[in-house]
Design a protein around this ligand. Structure first.
Ligand SMILES: [Zn+2]
Length: 128
């Protein structure tokens, strides 16, 4: 009876350690993907990629009513003609965790790794 209980405890302990280990590996993988090297801003309209910009430039000018501003590796929407201005109020985004989305204008700005954009696209395809 005592032996059985301690075996259960050991099993629980090792199981917990194993789960924590897997979780930390997953977190490491996600974080290293979200802080891309050589980051670029990808700008989508209607889900179609219309521009890729390195984050060293000062201003991004597309044939859009929206204006984008790049500063210190971050990008923001500085002006938009949409009614809700959620995209403008999102402010600067420094990484790929949160994209800027403008629902009325069907715009999305994402930061991804310029070097590994092909790899991550493949990875996404595999994950899906
Ligand atoms: Zn907007």
């Amino acid at each position: 009876m005592n032996l059985n209980l301690s075996t259960k405890r050991e099993f629980f302990l090792y199981g917990t350690v194993a789960i924590l280990f897997i979780l930390s590996l997953t977190a490491h993988f996600i974080i290293s993907n979200l802080t891309p090297q050589n980051p670029v801003a990808e700008i989508y309209e209607n889900g179609v990629l219309i521009g890729i910009y390195g984050l060293e430039n000062e201003l991004v000018n597309l044939n859009l009513d929206d204006r984008f501003e790049v500063q210190n590796g971050k990008i923001r929407v500085s002006y938009a003609n949409c009614p809700d201005k959620i995209c403008v109020n999102t402010g600067f985004i420094p990484n790929g965790i949160i994209p800027i989305i403008c629902i009325p204008n069907k715009l999305e700005i994402r930061i991804t790794s310029g070097l590994n954009s092909n790899n991550s696209a493949e990875l996404d395809a595999i994950v899906k």
